[in-house]
Write a protein that binds this ligand. Structure first.
Ligand code: 5GP
Ligand code: MG
Length: 187
């Protein structure tokens, strides 16, 4: 159990380290089953930066042939593509998506704007298949319908940090998912 005295900005733990690890293993099993007979290898595409901790844990339980790549959603910069008000930095190193079953790995699905843009883009590049894996889901906040293939945990509409998720680039290193004390963003 986390000692919250070490983390005074966190008002409460929403998902413990143990629960996260169980969730990661359960999702990995579902992924392994889904792609067990796939003709093409898996390409896990992590959405930076929030997905890195989840991705690093998840990939260690994947037993089918796979490689990794990353994309980043951003509001400015060069080498971007837009849909709606989302811009993507096209950081994918992989240029032959036709050779892969693509699995997008995301930290949290909120409004759905970012993911719907990313999924549309990857499908337009001719991937064999494009599926979505998200650790957290905030269904109450959805604005765009995005089908989830592998889902970790559904959470209420609260701002969470830890296990990759940040507030102003802080708190990504926490081993659990916690709720940030509102005094942090109100001060
Ligand atoms: P959306 O689904 O609204 O397009 O965007 C999802 C992104 O918003 C996530 O990848 C994440 O970066 C950010 N986000 C949404 N909800 C939260 C939250 O509760 N905590 C943190 N740290 N980021 C969030
Ligand atoms: Mg994100």
């Amino acid at each position: 159990m986390a000692d919250l005295h070490q983390f005074p900005d966190i008002s409460r733990v929403l998902i413990s380290e143990e629960q996260l690890q169980q969730t990661v293993q359960r999702i990995a099993q579902e992924i392994n089953d889904t792609y067990a007979d796939a003709k093409k290898p898996l390409l896990m595409v992590g959405i930076l930066k929030g997905s890195v901790v989840f991705m690093a844990d998840l990939m260690r339980y994947i037993t089918v042939p796979m490689s990794i790549d990353f994309m980043q959603a951003s509001s400015y910069g060069s080498n971007t593509v837009s849909c709606g008000n989302v811009n993507l930095r096209l950081d994918l190193k992989c240029t032959n998506l036709q050779a892969f079953n693509v699995l997008v790995v995301e930290d949290i699905l909120d409004s759905g704007n970012t993911l719907s843009c990313i999924l549309k883009y990857l499908k337009s590049k001719g991937a064999q298949s494009v599926r979505l894996c998200t650790l957290l889901n905030k269904p109450d906040r959805r604005k765009v319908d995005v089908p989830i293939d592998f889902e970790g945990i559904s959470i209420p509409d609260e701002f969470v940090v830890g296990y990759g998720l940040d507030y102003n680039e802080q708190y990504r290193q926490l081993p659990f998912i916690g709720i940030l004390d509102p005094r942090v963003y109100n001060s």
